[in-house]
Design a protein around this ligand. Structure first.
Ligand code: ATP
Ligand code: MG
Length: 384
């Protein structure tokens, strides 16, 4: 494998970087312990060695279900009753933070930060942000709105650490309403208060999305090197209402709408309108074209533009760059775009996790530590 260790002192250091990662019984990794440099990483190895699984493990540093949106039980190695992940995060080259998360059969996912048990996985959003692009996201622009909305909500959460909790509030309240409607309690006073909570949560979520999209929109409208400029917009009933009626009147209007929709929602078992239906609309600025109509490579480039813009904005706002997980990203880029990506990533100050079966695809990346994974049956030791 080609030697691509950092060459320029300073430029190789990410302001927030994982310097140690330990996986136990996570997917195909019985035990994997990696000591890492605080720079970007190129995870290489043959198909099936566990590269994407390693990225999935790191994605569990975000609240939620990780980059495959898998069930916690599916992450446990076949035959194991749970899994554990341990991370050492170095911030600004000085402070280190130990983060642990894990799951055991019958329980919920637990999180510890510097030895202290967090009340919920949502706490992770306060510690750092994690973004990812995977091959499964290639169809993001032609998929259903849900995939784009989740992508958007992750970008928003990067800029606004409380966002995941707002979305969780909305989901909890709308679930309660569905349960009450299922029980036939259409006139219940409790339903009224649940719809009030839904309205507050819906407005909070939509406001956070609009604010983030406005800031992100400015950043992504500039493009990044040879990555395309884009125009972005969040489109949804609550966002529209907020813009037309304002934040003061919007909750009341939403409540009136849901009150009227009770019979229909009872019949369908769904919530007729709300922030769970919003969509992220992306246009390729120079081509004047909706992202869904762009080529696969152009769509990938647009996604990269969005992530690069989010990293720049977040780093400015939080002071700490997010971790960025790019699974097989080079495979979809022509040599010119690959070189451009290397140049862009270099300047971000973020730890980028790149994967690829072919180590030569990282030739253009000057500041990455090679992390070759080998197919092993037993214990895997530290990689240097
Ligand atoms: N819960 C599990 N227990 C054990 N093995 C698993 C589990 N889930 C997935 N695997 C296996 O982990 C292996 C590695 O998967 P992964 O997707 O990480 O490979 P990869 O290195 O990214 O390969 P590729 O280069 O093809 O993308 C696969 O063979 C998969 O079947
Ligand atoms: Mg893979």
């Amino acid at each position: 494998m080609q030697k691509v260790l950092p060459t320029r002192p300073g430029a190789d250091r990410a302001a927030a970087a994982l310097v140690r990662v330990e996986l136990r019984d996570f997917r195909n990794h019985a035990r994997l312990a990696l000591d890492l440099q605080p720079c970007s990483l190129a995870i290489t190895g043959p198909n099936g060695v566990g590269k994407t699984n390693l990225l999935e493990a790191v994605s569990m540093l975000a609240p939620g279900r990780g980059l495959r949106r898998a069930r916690l039980a599916d992450m446990a190695r076949d035959g194991a009753a749970g899994w554990t992940l341990g991370f050492t995060l170095q911030v600004d080259g000085a402070r280190t933070l130990r983060i642990g998360t894990g799951w055991a059969r019958g329980g919920k996912r637990r999180v510890r930060v510097d030895g202290e048990e967090a009340a919920s996985t949502l706490h992770l959003g306060n510690v750092l942000a994690v973004h990812w692009l995977t091959a499964a996201m290639d169809g993001l622009f032609s998929a259903g709105a849900g995939v784009r909305r989740r992508f958007l909500d992750r970008l928003v959460a990067g800029m606004n650490p409380g966002h995941a909790a707002l979305v969780a509030n909305w989901e909890r309240a709308s679930r309660q309403r569905r349960e009450l409607l299922k029980l036939g309690r259409l006139e219940d006073a409790w339903l009224e208060s649940v719809e009030r909570a839904m309205a507050e949560a819906a407005v909070a979520v939509a406001r956070a999305r609009l604010a983030a999209v406005s800031v992100l929109g400015e950043a992504v409208a500039e493009g990044a090197g040879s990555f395309p400029a884009a125009d972005i917009e969040v489109r949804g009933a609550v966002e529209r209402l907020l813009e037309s009626a304002g934040a003061g009147a919007a909750p009341e209007r939403l409540q009136t709408m849901w009150r009227a929709a009770r019979p229909a929602d009872q019949a369908s078992g769904r919530t007729s309108a709300g922030p769970h239906r919003s969509d992220l609309v992306v246009r390729h600025r120079n081509r004047g074209m909706e992202a869904a109509r762009c080529s696969t490579g152009e769509q990938k480039a647009l996604l990269i533009s969005l992530v690069l813009a989010a990293v720049r904005v977040e780093t400015g706002r939080r002071g700490t760059p997010p971790l960025v997980l790019l699974d097989e990203v080079c495979a979809h880029l022509d040599p010119q775009r690959r070189a451009a990506l290397a140049a862009e990533l270099d300047g971000l100050g973020a730890q980028i996790w790149l994967t690829g079966a072919d180590a030569s695809s990282f030739r253009d990346f000057r500041h990455v530590q090679p992390v070759p994974l080998k197919a092993v049956r037993a214990v895997q030791g530290a990689v240097h």
